[in-house]
Ligand binder design. Sequence first.
Ligand SMILES: [Zn+2]
Length: 262
Amino acid sequence: MNSETLRERQRILQAERQRSYRERKRQIEKENTAPSKRTKEITDEINEISPVPKARVYPWISLGLRHHTLGNMTYKCNKCGAMMWLDERVTNSVKLPVFSTCCARGKVILPSLQELPSPLNTLLTGTDSRSCTFRQNIRMYNSALSFTSIGAKIDQQVTGTSGIYTFRIHGEMYHRIGSLLPDSETQPPQFAQIYIYDTDHEIQNRSNIMPGLDLIILAELQQMLHDINPYVNKFRQAGNLLKDNPSLDLKLVITNNRTNDP
Ligand SMILES: [Zn+2]
């Protein structure tokens, strides 16, 4: 996207936010003009128990709704540039809001993000239909190219179809890499096995696992990983060794220094 288009989109988004804010404000004023006695009592009660005293709680409870708003996230931390809500500011910074929850008032300085490799950079930021389709299905592309599945003791008591999705595990989450080869010739390769087994049909094997993806995008992403991902390189080396000598008893060990968390 060129900078002109980006600026135009930002201008349209800003105008849309302002229009929606004005409309919501009008609606609130309309509903607040004559609050009933009961509504006022309940509003006072909520304001009393509200854990964020400076936030506003509107008397929409007459409709059975409890609405809480922090306003728009339009304040920028002048140290790190994070967008914040006004109520997140340090208590005594009234005229010039100062924020500490983002960067501890500038004490935490994160390194700049690395430039993304192609074609991931254009797929993540592009406005063309191909990029949009990619982003809509990004988790499927991720799964089709991943090395492992996750392993954890999942607490099934809190998972369910209703309400906010909750995922709770007990202990530690880890990645589970199984055998380098499928258990039998009839079993299709999956995860890291696809980088090693039947590599002539790598794209097709991925597509079999995650049908419906754009094969050209999938092939481009796969090539990107082949070019730059050090683990792909190691897995392919192991695959070549196994191809040359199928009876080879081969183990691929990846060790990580846990004290050096990036
Ligand atoms: Zn900050």
